[in-house]
Design a protein around this ligand. Structure first.
Ligand code: AMP
Ligand code: MG
Length: 416
């Protein structure tokens, strides 16, 4: 949904986080399908249907080091069989075996004709001319059938599948050196503010270090997108205009700072020159101000997320709004983290009109959750110590110890 500058609401009118996320998810474009090398496809969404080009495994083979035999010959033990040869993985048996015969065979080697069972070497005397089978062996055991993993022609992965290591392995099994996936988003990230200094610059009076660019670039990488780390943009319309123009080469843009009241009137004209952008005040804490829109680059629309500058607000609004958006752009259907409920170990006070995302430590075994300590929107340690967010809806001003509360499990991936 395009959001025009003219439809911008006054910052005082608060939007719910659910409404904001719904608008964002409806507004972000789907990224195109591209062909990538198999190893570059991890975490991406398949954009084609994959079928097996042949049986996997392609031939009947041994699951053990031992002797390939006729099952009828080894039903009782001890039994002595004549060893007629040997086959290793990568070799091929040069003859069939008959009654009373055995072929020494290694794991992964093709089974000889006539054999239907492998006696593992531990159940033999390991001899090379005449082998003694020391344990009765069930017919058919330790043989892997051709096609028992994948059948030739069978559809093995559908469009929309998220590629994890197991799926990458399946694709390799059917010989796919390249595969068609939804593009991994390249996300430009920069910081704004006259007070922000980079890490190698001396810290002048009134300046603070730029942590957001590093936090956000890492959050982008952590969710499988590619950060394109840009610079620090001073609070000047010209500098911002230039920075945004360059950043439009990306698939999405994430900035921090300069969206709160007092700043945004200065950002707004620049952003609306380059596309459509809306400044929202969202009824959450932390992270009330947020800008969302799309810059126009010819036919392309490049979503832009202007996150608040406070360190906790920036990372938290990334988690709540940007991460789902980047997942949806990549073709992911499920974009919400798993949730649970837990028993609160300490009281929490909040502003009644705002939904509060408290940083918590969830103990899954005990079914409890507690705060990470002070919850100020500039206290980044509250995020560092957390393994979850406690999601306290608008409406109440206090939650008591012992109450059951909703918890967002931010260390667990979204369902596939
Ligand atoms: P702003 O949203 O620009 O009003 O910034 C809100 C607060 O976040 C201010 O205290 C800023 O100094 C701080 N802040 C803004 N950008 C960054 C950044 N890149 N790294 C750390 N703190 C920042
Ligand atoms: Mg600022």
């Amino acid at each position: 949904m395009p959001i025009s500058a003219t439809s911008a609401r006054p910052a005082q009118r608060l939007m719910s986080a659910d409404d904001a996320l719904a608008r964002i998810l409806a507004g972000v474009p789907a990224l195109p399908a591209v062909d990538v090398q198999l190893l570059d496809a991890l975490g991406l969404v398949l954009a084609e249907e994959i079928s097996a080009d042949r049986d996997v495994p392609p031939f009947r083979n041994s699951a053990m080091d031992g002797y390939a035999v006729r099952g009828d010959d080894v039903a009782t033990a001890p039994t002595r069989l004549r060893v007629v040869g040997e086959v290793a993985a990568g070799g091929f048996p040069d003859r069939a075996i008959g009654k009373g015969e055995a072929l020494r065979i290694m794991t992964g080697a093709p089974m000889p004709e006539g054999a239907d069972t492998v006696v593992r070497v531990e159940d033999t005397d390991n001899a090379s001319d005449v082998v003694t089978i020391t344990a009765p062996t069930p017919k058919g055991i330790s043989v892997r059938q051709a096609g028992e993993d994948l059948r030739a022609g069978e559809t093995i992965l559908g469009t929309g599948t998220v590629l994890r290591p197991a799926e990458i392995g399946l694709l390799a099994s059917v010989g796919r050196a390249r595969v068609r996936v939804r593009k991994r988003p390249r996300v430009a990230v920069f910081s704004t503010g006259d007070e922000i200094a980079d890490l190698d610059a001396p810290l002048g009076k009134g300046q603070i270090r730029d942590s957001n660019r590093y936090t956000l670039a890492s959050a982008i990488r952590a969710m499988g997108a590619e950060p394109w780390v840009r610079g620090i943009v001073p609070d000047s319309p010209d500098a911002l205009h230039a920075a945004l123009r360059e950043a439009m080469a990306a698939d999405a843009i994430v900035t921090s700072g300069g969206v709160s009241v007092g700043d945004h009137d200065h950002l707004k004209p620049v952003l609306s020159e380059l596309g459509t952008i809306d400044f929202w005040a969202i009824a959450i804490r932390p992270g009330r101000p947020l800008a969302f829109g799309a810059l126009k680059d010819g036919e392309r629309r490049v979503p832009i997320f202007g996150l608040p500058g406070n360190t906790v607000s920036a990372l938290l609004t990334f988690e709540i709004f940007v991460r789902p958006a980047l997942l949806r752009m990549q073709g992911r259907e499920h974009v919400s983290r798993p949730r649970t409920t837990a028993r609160l170990l300490e009281p929490i006070e909040k502003i009644p009109s705002l939904r509060f995302f408290a940083r918590g430590i969830h103990d899954a075994g005990a079914g409890t959750v507690r705060l990470t300590g002070p919850q100020g929107s500039g206290i980044l340690r509250s995020m560092s110590l957390a393994n979850c967010l406690i999601d306290l809806p608008a409406g109440r001003d206090r939650y008591e110890a012992g109450e059951s509360v909703d918890v967002i499990l931010t260390e667990q991936p979204e369902p596939r």
